[in-house]
Design a protein around this ligand. Structure first.
Ligand code: KG4
Ligand code: ZN
Length: 339
């Protein structure tokens, strides 16, 4: 069954064709980075306009790369939320209209659930239960996953998301948007012990995260440097800043592992591209003798393949979304603790 996936929750317009929930025939992503870069963050109105402009060519490109026609599409899956309301509406309206005109089934997919399950595209062998860390520009959530559709939210960020912390940190350092990949790169040549930044909530019980204190500490650190001295210090600052985020994440991840019986750890979302995070989670998993899975970078960042793959499983179960489906901006649907 060939599913067309559509994703427009944030600043990427993506369309993909995935066969039987696992074979990626195409996964086209049109980035809007250049549009938002001058503003140092995403401008929702500009994101909406860009989605409208990109949707048709991106979908056509996804069909071309998959070497299929619209008439070969057997179902449509689209991100329904969470995300920017206007941006979601663009993809959702497009997907509903297309499904109606093609007379094919259609389903709205939860973006966070899609990130959480995205590693299955490349690793169908992931055992349950597992601990799933979804780290992106909008979310930092730690789940205990007992099975498909059985997600217990153990912890989340109380303020900024991990990706947001990277992006705001990069802005404070005078780097471009999105800053996560740039900090990752700069850190390669820096000393991660050069500065000591706070590890949010590390002294508190539980599995929540906080990155706002880190942001303040970084701003103070950067402002202490005369302009001419800042540039050479950036790799050390970036590496130390990155280390603080990675340690805050892994501390709670391993704390959760001690409390819950988990067979594996899955890290997904844009921040899962981070090399130091991958290194540290892999090292911790090896020490504890558990399996660890990361999607490939193209499946970590926002993409429609993960939407099509998850949507397939709903559609084969006979689940359909009504054409009256509305987008939802905040984390509500589907991702829940089992009753
Ligand atoms: O999942 P994603 O593409 O979009 C959202 O759903 O938010 O994640 C984007 C976020 C951005 O904040 C970006 O800076 C961050 O992921 N990111 C990284 C890296 N690559 C992307 N953060 C740290 N290191 C990276 N290598
Ligand atoms: Zn995302």
């Amino acid at each position: 069954m060939k599913i067309l996936g559509i994703e427009t929750s944030c600043d990427e317009t993506s369309a993909a064709v995935v066969e039987d929930g696992k074979k990626i025939l195409s996964n086209v992503i049109a980035s809007q980075v250049e549009i938002h870069n001058p503003f140092g963050g995403i401008v929702p109105e500009l994101a909406c306009r860009a989605h409208v402009k990109n949707l048709l060519p991106v979908v056509q490109e996804a069909l071309d790369q998959a070497a299929i026609d619209l008439t070969d599409v057997e179902g449509i899956a689209v991100t329904a939320g969470p995300g920017l309301a206007g941006a979601l509406l663009m993809g959702l309206t497009f997907a509903k209209s297309l499904a109606y005109s093609l007379s094919v089934p259609f389903t709205g997919v939860d973006h966070l659930e899609a990130h959480l399950m995205s590693a299955f595209l490349e690793h169908p062998e992931i055992p349950f239960p597992f601990l799933g860390l979804v780290v992106s520009g909008g979310h930092t959530n730690l789940y205990f996953v007992r099975g498909v559709g059985e997600y217990e939210l153990l912890g989340k960020t109380l303020d900024d998301a991990a990706g947001e912390a990277f992006d705001k940190g990069a802005k404070a350092m005078g780097l471009r948007y999105p800053g996560g990949p740039l900090i990752d790169k700069l850190s390669q040549t820096g000393n991660r012990k050069a500065f000591r930044f706070p590890r949010g909530l590390s002294n508190q019980e539980g599995y929540h995260f906080s990155f706002s204190g880190l942001k303040t500490a970084l701003n103070q650190c950067v402002s202490r440097f005369p302009q001419a001295d800042l540039q050479p210090a950036l790799p050390d600052i970036a590496a130390s800043f990155q280390e603080s985020i990675v340690e805050a994440l892994t501390l709670k991840l391993w704390r959760a592992w001690e409390a819950f019986f988990a067979e594996a750890v899955v890290v997904a979302g844009g921040v899962a591209c981070n090399r130091r995070l991958r290194e540290e989670v892999s090292r911790g998993a090896m020490e504890r003798n558990i399996a660890v899975f990361f999607p490939s970078p193209s499946l970590c960042s926002d993409n429609a393949a993960m939407i099509a793959a998850l949507g397939y499983h709903s559609l084969v179960r006979g689940e359909r979304s009504p054409l009256s489906l509305n987008p939802y901006a905040t984390m509500v649907h589907k991702i829940h603790a089992p009753s």
